[in-house]
Design a protein around this ligand. Structure first.
Ligand SMILES: Nc1ncnc2c1ncn2[C@@H]1O[C@H](COP(=O)(O)OP(=O)(O)O)[C@@H](O)[C@H]1O
Ligand SMILES: [Mg+2]
Length: 447
């Protein structure tokens, strides 16, 4: 299951935003889809528009904040087109109109689909907006071909340090509704629910093994979480529990140390929060591990080296989930081979729009990405420019196997000098990563 297309009108800086989230030929594409652009180009608006179309009772979407993004617009509306297996043909529509009539959007959507085939409509309710007496909030799903239950699982996140050490994770605080607060962005991750879920997985796995049943269904989530964490640390990391404490407590095991959640470096804490919270929802939704994960500002709080690992980590941990993120970091944009990049920009008429999507410039230099995506020349000081040019010339000689011993020594020296000068240069010249520099915020004890 995946979202194929998002069309939004009259939201934030957009008169019209049309995001093609397919593979370019109309088939589902799990991404990661990277919505990129400078500050104020509408990245957060795009994700919030998507969430607004799906907002329902209890999903925690911040209507108050959203209201500012559509204020003054005559007819803000959003349509989401789904595809893949049983969700093919599902269209979610939401709009604010001056009429209580529900027929307007249906023809708008039918025009976009280029057909008038009979929609089966299900109106999910609308309500007048108290502060704007002439406007009505009309909310509905338009179902095409067949009724679809349960609705697709979509959860939206922003960077959050919600995970922290809990003295006694309480199994009674586990989550029962996968959609509860799923569209709350900053407060979607629930520390209590995540820890209760992790402790529950270990308990169920142990009980299953004791009864000689397969613990595989529980262990698979833990294996996937380990895969995500290991991809960001670039070495083996395990989620584990301590049971010689007053209560069973989750831990992250790394290099023989067992860290509680308050001891985790910020980047890992944020990533683990997203992953564990979303997996908990996936399990409850019984959706065969399929769903849509939205993350606004996926790079925030992350050291540039971790920005390069965050999408591969999410991809490794959630292989059947469509991932849609926003970022303005060139490190994220160049990090993942499968990614599609959607650049938001101002066109010649000073209107904001989305450029047609392209495959991610995987492996391209940060410099080139800054120029291509943001139209920014990344200028270094003259000495650095000169040394980079020399480094480039020697690299080409090396590739052509024409590097003399003197040149090889000079290349090594330049690689070292440049990589010590700045993080950006270190990434350009590709000096090898070491864990010590990777875990910038990790406690002294495990450095
Ligand atoms: N109601 C509105 N009418 C017109 N423009 C708006 C409205 N609300 C927000 N904007 C514009 O949208 C921009 C915010 O976009 P946002 O999605 O936060 O960008 P990003 O996440 O890329 O930084 C604001 O800078 C403002 O110019
Ligand atoms: Mg933003």
């Amino acid at each position: 299951m995946a979202i194929l297309r998002l069309v939004a009108e009259g939201v934030g800086p957009f008169e019209k935003l049309d995001l093609d989230l397919s593979d370019g030929t109309g088939n589902p594409h799990l991404g990661p889809h990277i919505v990129a652009g400078v500050n104020g180009s509408g990245k957060s608006t795009a994700l919030r528009a998507l969430a607004w179309a799906l907002d329902d009772a209890g999903t925690g979407f911040d209507q108050g904040e959203w209201w500012h993004l559509i204020k003054g617009r005559p007819n803000p509306r959003v349509a989401l087109f789904f595809g893949g297996s049983k969700y093919a043909g599902l269209v979610a529509v939401r709009e604010v109109t001056r009429h209580a009539s529900i027929n307007i959007s249906t023809s708008w959507v039918e025009r976009m689909l280029g057909q008038n085939e009979g929609f089966k409509r299900r109106y999910l309710g609308g309500s007048p907006i108290a502060s704007e007496p002439n406007q009505f909030l009309v909310h509905r799903y338009v179902l095409w071909h067949e009724r679809i239950e349960p609705p697709p699982l979509v959860a939206a996140y922003a960077p959050s340090r919600a995970l922290k050490h809990l003295e006694k994770p309480n199994p009674a605080q586990s989550r029962s509704d996968p959609r509860k607060d799923a569209l709350a962005f900053e407060s979607t991750v629930s520390n209590e629910a995540v820890q209760a879920w992790l402790v529950g997985l270990f308990s169920k796995s142990a009980i299953a093994a004791k009864r000689r049943r397969s613990p595989e269904v529980f262990d698979q989530w833990l294996t996937d979480l380990d895969a995500g964490l290991s991809a960001i640390f670039k070495e083996e990391v395990h989620i584990d529990v301590d049971y010689d404490t007053p209560a069973i407590e989750p831990r992250v095991r790394l290099r023989g140390e067992a860290l509680d959640f308050s001891q985790l470096p910020d980047g890992v804490r944020v990533l683990l929060g997203w992953l564990a919270d979303f997996m908990n929802r996936l399990e409850l939704a019984k959706s065969e591990r399929e769903g849509v994960l939205l993350i606004d500002e996926v790079d925030a709080h992350l050291h540039p080296r971790w920005q390069r690992c965050v999408l591969p980590a999410l991809r490794a941990a959630l292989p059947k989930v469509q991932i849609i993120v926003t970022t303005h970091s060139p490190f994220v944009i160049t990090s993942c081979r499968e990614a599609r990049v959607h650049v938001l920009e101002r066109d010649g008429n000073a209107k904001f729009r989305a450029r047609p999507p392209v495959d991610a410039p995987f492996g391209q230099s940060i410099n080139a990405t800054m120029k291509d995506i943001f139209d920014v020349e990344s200028k270094f000081d003259p000495q650095t420019e000169e040394e980079l040019n020399e480094w480039n010339r020697l690299k080409r000689l090396q590739a052509a196997r024409r590097l003399r011993p003197d040149d090889a020594r000079r290349l090594d020296e330049l690689t070292r000098v440049l990589s010590e000068r700045s993080e950006e240069l270190r990434l350009i010249v590709g000096a090898p990563d070491g864990l010590a520099s990777l875990v910038g915020g990790v406690p002294e004890s495990i450095r």
